[in-house]
Write a protein that binds this ligand. Structure first.
Ligand SMILES: O=C[C@H](O)[C@H](O)[C@H](O)COP(=O)(O)O
Length: 223
């Protein structure tokens, strides 16, 4: 089964967690887009929810799908967020930000009672850092000094016309940092002035839906 069909299956399964009256966070990326479509289909069938999006692209998708959208700046907490990931491991540590949305994704996840990750089987790894770089959102003003600070293998993400610019007006550096101790790596990144966010999600994920070989499995974080 191809990865997009698996993404759609994981998204549709997680969309079943959404209940009437919920405030829902909508993730970003190709897998989250499937969840948004599945939630939109449930809204068309009578489900009443309100949602916030983690990117302009997801906001537009959700509005087109008929989902009532709120400005996250006005929302103190959410019931559930459904989002994709670039890698996720058995500790429920995830790398996110392949689509550049990890800063908004993290603040939305942090405001959510529950965060569910949806992924095709290829995103499931024994330990994060297997393949995906860690995306780091940086203040453009400090671009050169931060690139130097983030070490060898740090690459400024290219956009269409110059460096990639996030929805927040910042740049992204994709970093190859050893993730033998992800908590130490996250603390190191958190401590660098000018780093505004990063794609290491170590405490946010409560459950994951993986679609593989035609089957969707749900794993719950127990600690
Ligand atoms: O910034 C984007 C997000 O973190 C995505 O959820 C992540 O990159 C996975 O994207 P996709 O579902 O397109 O593989």
């Amino acid at each position: 089964m191809d990865a997009d069909t698996e993404k759609a299956r994981a998204g549709a399964a997680a969309a079943q967690e959404v209940q009437d009256g919920m405030l829902v966070g909508l993730g970003t990326g190709s897998t989250a887009a499937h969840a948004i479509a599945a939630i939109g289909a449930r809204v068309a069938a009578g489900l009443r929810i309100r949602a916030v999006a983690t990117s302009r692209a997801s906001e537009a998708l959700a509005r087109r799908a008929g989902i009532a959208m709120l400005d996250f700046a006005d929302v103190p907490r959410l019931d559930l967020t459904i989002d994709g990931a670039d890698e996720i491991d058995p500790r429920f540590f995830a790398i996110k930000g392949g689509g550049g949305a990890m800063l908004r994704e993290k603040v939305v996840a942090a405001a959510s009672d529950r965060m569910v990750v949806i992924a095709d089987g290829g995103k499931r790894v024994a330990a994060i850092g297997a393949g995906a770089p860690v995306p780091v959102e940086i203040l453009p003003f400090a671009r050169a000094s931060l690139l130097a600070r983030l070490g060898e293998g740090a690459v400024l993400r290219p956009g269409r016309d110059g460096p990639y610019v996030t929805d927040n007006g910042n740049n992204i550096v994709d970093c190859r940092i050893g993730l033998q101790n992800p908590r130490e790596s996250a603390a190191w990144l958190d401590g660098i002035a000018g780093v505004l966010g990063h794609g290491l999600f170590l405490d946010e994920v409560d459950a994951a839906y993986f679609a593989q070989d035609g089957t969707v499995s749900r794993l719950e974080r127990l600690d």
